[in-house]
Design a protein. Sequence first.
Length: 133
Amino acid sequence: MSVENTAVVRAFLMEVIGSHDADARPDLIAPGYLSHFGSMPPLDHEGWKQMAGGFFTAFPDLDLTIQDEVAAGDRVAVRWTWTGTHAGDLMGMPPTGKRVHTVGMGVYRVVDGKIAEEWVLEDMMGIMHQLGG
């Protein structure tokens, strides 16, 4: 099962994040999906799409590279890096044109071939520092 779950998470990261289309591949998202980002309250799928859309606007050339994947049972852990040019508003910060390189990781719970829950940590402090904030 771990191999199949890894393929689901990889498809989500490459086909949704990679295409900058939060609406891509709804077939990968389980009913009742929850996303947990750092200290933010949990987001449902609609909330996640709004947040992701903001990042896709802020970094229209965002390029994510998977560095590590580990799977056990219904969980898949992924470590990634991403780069992007700050070309749109980011949490009230106007575009700077600066290039950002950062790291992140997530743990995904996969049920019946769909992502039911995710816990994600991004280096937001590092991103803001690179943008001069």
